[in-house]
Design a binder for this molecule. Structure first.
Ligand code: SF4
Ligand code: MG
Length: 338
């Protein structure tokens, strides 16, 4: 969240957030579009650059902090959420971001990720999902599809993948969304909403790795295919894909689960309207995905206001100290056990 972060009246531009480091992703990598989107809207937030921190783990996406002219830390594999939790909890005046990938966030750092989510630490987590380990040259990851042939699964992966949105919702993430590298408008809108949210926001970003998993999201990038497949999550609106008569609507079937049917077959009383405060609905929507991308919900699955971990910790400290700053000498005494 950005509430409580010092702002500046100085006019900022994309250039102010662009570092002097040479960007070293492969040509055509989806990461470029995400970086450009973030550099594009950071000036609009009007925050002081010195109060913004990007923390990453290890992987291609984790090079992100080098390219932003803010504070940042390229940290330890999977541990960015832990480091960011410390920062956010001790410094309420910072806008703290985590940039991570499917391997870093969901395998090596799976434990840290779920605990940041359940605690509702005030962090904005960008999870670049390319369904592969890119930096280490193409091993299957926790989001690779069953049967994925990679360097480490030559006969096809037998692992059942995580659905990052379902996982985050299972940990009761207070802001959980999905977007895609190639849709700049949707990407920007989703990331801005995530930045504004107080508490942990997690955005899964479908990201193409043209070197080791090219075309993983190709179906969703073709305009006609995307029109038919992408289910748009708009609060208060029916959940649907397509345009005009082609519209397909999600309805709750006899057994209470969700189904996608042609609009003509949809019982008007059973048409689902999106409600981002309904955790059960958000989870059910997240289960509509399948590896063939028959239908893929896009947008904000869940968004609720819940007290944050950092606010609660600070309130306890204030209570214990009567709102007084603990003097350094007192702290030293406490630490030395004297
Ligand atoms: Fe991007 Fe893939 Fe190259 Fe990594 S290996 S920089 S994810 S294209
Ligand atoms: Mg990856």
């Amino acid at each position: 969240g950005t509430a409580g972060v010092p702002t500046t009246d100085a006019k900022q531009t994309k250039k102010d957030f662009t570092s002097d480091q040479e960007v070293r992703w492969c040509p055509g990598c989806g990461d470029y579009a995400i970086l450009a989107a973030v550099q594009g809207f950071l000036p609009e937030l009007g925050l002081k650059r010195e109060n913004i921190v990007f923390v990453s783990g290890i992987g291609c996406s984790s090079r992100f902090p080098y390219y932003l002219d803010t504070y940042g830390m390229h940290s330890i594999h999977g541990r960015a959420p832990a480091i960011a939790t410390g920062l956010a909890t001790s410094r309420g005046d910072l806008s703290v971001w985590v940039v991570t990938g499917d391997g870093d966030a969901l395998s090596i750092g799976g434990n840290h990720l779920i605990h940041a989510l359940r605690r509702n630490v005030n962090l904005t987590i960008l999870l670049f999902n390319n369904k592969i380990y890119g930096l280490t040259k193409g091993q299957y990851s926790p989001t690779s599809d069953v049967g994925a042939v990679t360097k480490s699964s030559p006969a096809g992966s037998v692992d059942r993948p995580f659905n990052p949105v379902s996982l985050a919702l299972g940990a009761e993430g207070t802001f959980v969304a999905r977007t895609m590298d190639s849709d700049r408008k949707h990407l920007t809108e989703t990331l801005k909403a995530a930045a504004a949210h107080r508490g942990t926001s997690l955005v899964e970003i479908y990201q193409n790795c043209p070197i080791f998993n090219d075309g993983a999201f190709e179906l969703l990038k073709d305009r006609d295919e995307a029109t038919a497949r992408l289910l748009h999550l708009v609060p208060g609106e029916p959940v649907r894909a397509g345009t005009g008569d082609d519209v397909r609507v999600v309805v709750s079937a006899e057994n209470g689960s969700l189904a996608v049917v042609p609009e003509a077959d949809a019982d008007p009383n059973r048409i689902v309207h999106h409600d981002p405060t309904d955790l059960g609905l958000a989870f059910a929507l997240s289960r509509l995905d399948d590896p063939s991308f028959a239908h893929v919900p896009m947008g904000i699955f869940r968004q609720v206001e819940v007290p944050t971990y950092d606010d609660r910790v600070r309130a306890q400290i204030d209570q214990a100290t009567g709102g007084e700053q603990v003097a350094d000498a007192d702290l030293q005494q406490l630490l030395s056990g004297a």
